[in-house]
Ligand binder design. Sequence first.
Ligand code: GLU
Length: 311
Amino acid sequence: MSEPVLGRFAPTPSGRMHLGNVFACLLAWLSARSVGGGFLLRMEDLDTQRTSAELGDIIREDLTWLGLTWDLETPAQSTRTAVYDAYFEKLEALGLLYPCYCTRSLLHSPNAPHLSDGTYVYPGTCRDLTESERAAFRRAPAWRVRVPDRVWSFTDRLQGPYAQNLATDCGDFVVRRADGVYVYQLAVTVDDGLAGVTEVVRGSDLLSSAPRQMYLQSLFGFSAPAYAHVPMLLAPDGRRLSKRDGDLDMSALRRRMKPEVLLGALGYTAGLMEKPEAVSAMELARDFSWDRVRKDDISMDSAVFTPLCGG
Ligand code: GLU
């Protein structure tokens, strides 16, 4: 028997959800619910400066308004330091961690190594420092995990085959910042792994994170979930929609339309409906299939958005 499906939505409560967040959440929910799977909610509030419990409450309320139900909510990441400590210690016991003293300006200087798409590759500057070289810095370091020279590959349900050699495409990456805060890559791997999440559906901006998470899963003994990285919604100038696009955040959308109208417009935008008709989330789940979901980023200029942009 195959294991029960468990999907999840892991928002960062740093602002009101915008259309792009709702779009990704809807597809994650449909993917799990269409096969009778469970759905988990988790607040990714590692950055306590930018996030708040109140914004988490508003996200829950917006999801309830949309009918995007969840079966359980696992503890917010800001409360999980002791759990992440245990996994950090595992990496340490494997001899894979080292302290890094590189400053942000050094890492992002124009002379730093970058791939052709601008992605920064850590060149291993602090990999082999001696104890006395480390001591000379007299400040708390960030901690990086060594990556092997091997390819991590998987087939994304929407984007197709994807592969990265972490050694050449990314370099050793930070798992704990100098201020002691764990980074997204470690926290998300631990939380999804411990909760038994079987499928991760999120924006395609996170596609390049998956190999780092697969590497950590392999070290922690978690099995890799299925991945689907969904199209980004783009503002007319080509930018990704962000929390600054207030006219398309949930407060503006809720003022303008009923949940079924918004869900119908998003279902149509995704490629799941012929016309943008009012529909419930459950009705959309009934004949959901990844084969029908569009793969490419979607510009707000395109006709599919008309029903959402009108007054
Ligand atoms: N917290 C991330 C965000 O809000 C999502 C991370 C994930 O789904 O893995 O963009």
